[in-house]
Every structure is written in structure tokens, then in C-alpha cells.
Design a protein around this ligand. Sequence first.
Ligand SMILES: [Zn+2]
Length: 169
Amino acid sequence: MHFNHIHYDLGCRNCKNIRPNGMTMLQSEEVIEHMSREALIAEMDNFHGIQCERCGAEGDWLVFRISLNEDDEVRDQFKINIFKENGRISGKPEDGFFSPAQIEIAFQIIKDEIKALKGQEYVERQDGTAFIMVDFIKEEPYSRVSIFDLDGFTLREVEQFINVLSAGV
Ligand SMILES: [Zn+2]
């Protein structure tokens, strides 16, 4: 029997509370060297049983980071927060040190993600939040959209805003 640790940082979708440094023991018959982000989240059952200590919401989490043992494949994370108040949209990337090439890649894969999601229904409201996170990872494909979370936004609104943002960098 082998003992592994799953480490994770979560953010509450409801109140935006950050819940860092979570850890769970995972037993396995064989040595596990690598598990994908998706597999680890599935292993954690999407964190459905964990309650937010701030707002009480249960299982409503965004997974910022998750890794097995010390095998964190993520080098860096590019995050964009978008807000809507009375239909007025604002937002920007969180501060960080990114090369122009990284920023270009990040916006490109976000646009690809939006294309891939076309046809999905999102509920539109006057107020909303959207959070998009791109991971830069050590192995191929070297980058991925790990979180694309819309609350009150349509895909079209986010697409237009991303186009404006990316044109300005
Ligand atoms: Zn909360």
C-alpha cells in the first residue's frame, strides 16, 4: 500500500472566499507518479462535501490548484476577473509577471475555449461575475484553460469583453 497526498487550493464560487492548503490522503496499491487535474478533482468527488466556512455554501468550489504529492505541474497562472453591475461590464487580468508571448497564448486559448463552448446556455443577469484561469504547465500542451466560470454572463458578453481586453495588451 502506498500513501499519497492530494494538495489543493479552492475558491468559493458563492462568496469568493479562498480556502488554501487543503490536503487529503490517498491510498493506492501501486505507486502513482502522475494524475491529471481532472482525475484528481474526480478523485476528490468535486469537493461536493466541503462546506465554505464563510458563507456556508457546500460543494460550490473553483479548484485553483490541485496536485499529487509534490508533483505540481503548474508553473504559473493567468487569471481574469470580470464583473457586471447593472449591465455595465468591467474587469482585468490579475497582476502577475507574464511575457507578452504568454499573454498572447493565454488570450488565444481563452478564445479557443469560447469557440468550443458555443451553443452552451448561460443564464444572463444584470449583475454577474466571470472568472477565467489559464494554467501554464511544465509539459505539453504547456497551457490550458483550467477555470471558465460564468455567473450571470452570457458567452457573447464574455467573448466581446475578452476581445476588448486582448486588443489592449
Ligand atoms: Zn463561500
